[in-house]
Write a protein that binds this ligand. Structure first.
Ligand SMILES: [Zn+2]
Ligand SMILES: [Zn+2]
Length: 373
C-alpha cells in the first residue's frame, strides 16, 4: 500500500495507534522512511493475545453510588465514581442486549462503501459481532470492589497543559466515565522533566517538538500503573512519534501493559473561543473512547457509522460519530453491565452541558427507542 510501511510486529505490544490519523497523508518526503499503519490494534494478531492475557472478571457487579464530576482545575486529584443501576450478570444480559440491538438498529446508518483513502479502503477488515466479541476472551474490567481489583480507568495528565487544554482533558475524562460506566480517577499531573533528551526530538522537516511514545509507555506509565487500574491513559498536549520511520502518531497503547498515551496536539486550538473548544473536546472525546474501546478488546466496527470505525485521516475522523452502534454498545454494556437507559441519560446530559447538540440529540433518540414496545 503506498505510503505505508510494514506494521510493527513487536509481540509485546499491541499498537493501538490512535486514530491513526493520517500517517500516510501527513508524511513528507524528508521523512519517507516508512510508517506502519496506525491503529492496527484490533485487527492484528497481537491484539487477541493481549486480550487473552487479561483474566476474565467475575460476573456480578456491586453498584457504586457516588457520582461526582471532576472539578475544573487542578485535575490532579479529581475523580469520579461509576454510578447508576447495573444489569444483573453478563450471562443474563445477553438476551436483553440482543433485544437492545434490534430496538436501536433503525437509528443507525450502515457504514457503506469506503471512499478512496478511507480506513477500510486501505485496511480491509471484517468487523466483530457481539457474539464474536463474547467468545473472543475480551479484556474485561473487574466489576467487584476491592483495592487490587482492576476496575478503574485512571487518567494521567502529562503537562504542560494550558487551562483550556486541561479543561479538555477533564471533560474527556468525565465523558469516559459516563461512556464506560467505570470509575475514573485523575492521577497527579506529571511534567516533561521526566522525559530525557533521548526520548525527545524536533521533527527534521516540520520543527515540531515531539516525545517518543514507547518511552512514555514503558518508563513513565508502566511503572505507575495503579493496582486498581483497568487502564492508565495519559493525555498530553505534546506531539508524539512512535520511533524510526514515523512522522507522528496521535496515540499509542499497550493492551498487555494496560497503558496508553493520547496527544491532543493536533486536535485544534482549545483556546479559540467556544466553538474551538468544542471541536478540540469532541475530537479528544472520540479518540479517548475509541482507543479505550480497544482496551476493552473491541475491534474496528465495519457495519455501522460508529465511534469504533477505523479512520485514516482527520477528515474521516470528523465524519465519524462519537457514539457506539448497537452492536458495539452491546459489547460495552456486556463488559461493564452498565444499565443502557441510565447510560444514555448521563451521556445526553453531558452533551447538552457541553453544547454538543448532535450528540445529545442522538442519546435522546436512543432513549425514546428503548421505550418503544
Ligand atoms: Zn482503532
Ligand atoms: Zn460499531
Amino acid at each position: 500500500m503506498p505510503g505505508h510501511a510494514p506494521r510493527r510486529r513487536d509481540p509485546r505490544r499491541a499498537l493501538v495507534l490512535a486514530l491513526v490519523l493520517a500517517l500516510a497523508a501527513c508524511r513528507r518526503p524528508a521523512d519517507a522512511g516508512g510508517a506502519p499503519a496506525p491503529c492496527a490494534t484490533a485487527a492484528t494478531p497481537s491484539a487477541p493475545s493481549a486480550s487473552q492475557a487479561t483474566p476474565r472478571a467475575p460476573p456480578g457487579e456491586p453498584s457504586a453510588s457516588a457520582s461526582a464530576s471532576p472539578g475544573p482545575e487542578p485535575v490532579a486529584t479529581a475523580s469520579a465514581s461509576a454510578s447508576g443501576p447495573r444489569l444483573p450478570s453478563r450471562a443474563e444480559s445477553v438476551v436483553v442486549l440482543e433485544a437492545l440491538i434490534r430496538k436501536l438498529a433503525p437509528l443507525h446508518r450502515p457504514l457503506g462503501r469506503p471512499a478512496p483513502g478511507d480506513w477500510l479502503a486501505e485496511h480491509p477488515e471484517s468487523g466483530q459481532t457481539f457474539a464474536e466479541y463474547r467468545v473472543g476472551l475480551p479484556a474485561l474490567p473487574d466489576l467487584a470492589e476491592g483495592p487490587s481489583r482492576r476496575r478503574t480507568l485512571c487518567i494521567q495528565p502529562l503537562g504542560p497543559l494550558t487551562d483550556a487544554e486541561r479543561r479538555v482533558v477533564v471533560r474527556s475524562g468525565e465523558f469516559m466515565r459516563r461512556f464506560f460506566g467505570r470509575p475514573v480517577r485523575f492521577e497527579p499531573e506529571l511534567g516533561l522533566e521526566l522525559v530525557p533528551p533521548e526520548a525527545r526530538r524536533t521533527h527534521p522537516s516540520w520543527g515540531d517538538k515531539q516525545l517518543l511514545a514507547p518511552f512514555l509507555l514503558d518508563h513513565l506509565l508502566g511503572p505507575r500503573l495503579p493496582a486498581d487500574a483497568m487502564a492508565l491513559i495519559s493525555f498530553t498536549a505534546s506531539d508524539l512519534w512512535p520511533g524510526m520511520g514515523w512522522n507522528f502518531v496521535f496515540g499509542q497503547a499497550s493492551l498487555g501493559d494496560r497503558v496508553g498515551v493520547w496527544s491532543i496536539h493536533r486536535n485544534g486550538d482549545a483556546a479559540a473561543g467556544a466553538e474551538g473548544f468544542r471541536q478540540v473536546l469532541l475530537r479528544t472525546m472520540r479518540i479517548a473512547v475509541h482507543e479505550t474501546g480497544h482496551m476493552f478488546s473491541l475491534e474496528h466496527c465495519t457495519r455501522y457509522r460508529c465511534v469504533m470505525n477505523g479512520v485514516n485521516s482527520l477528515d474521516e475522523a470528523d465524519r465519524t460519530p462519537a457514539w457506539l452502534c448497537p452492536e458495539c454498545l452491546a459489547k460495552i454494556v456486556w463488559a461493564t453491565l452498565v444499565e443502557p437507559a441510565a447510560r444514555f441519560r448521563e451521556l445526553a446530559a453531558f452533551a447538552d452541558a457541553e453544547g454538543l447538540g448532535e450528540l445529545g440529540g442522538y442519546y435522546r433518540q436512543a432513549l425514546a427507542a428503548l421505550d418503544a414496545p
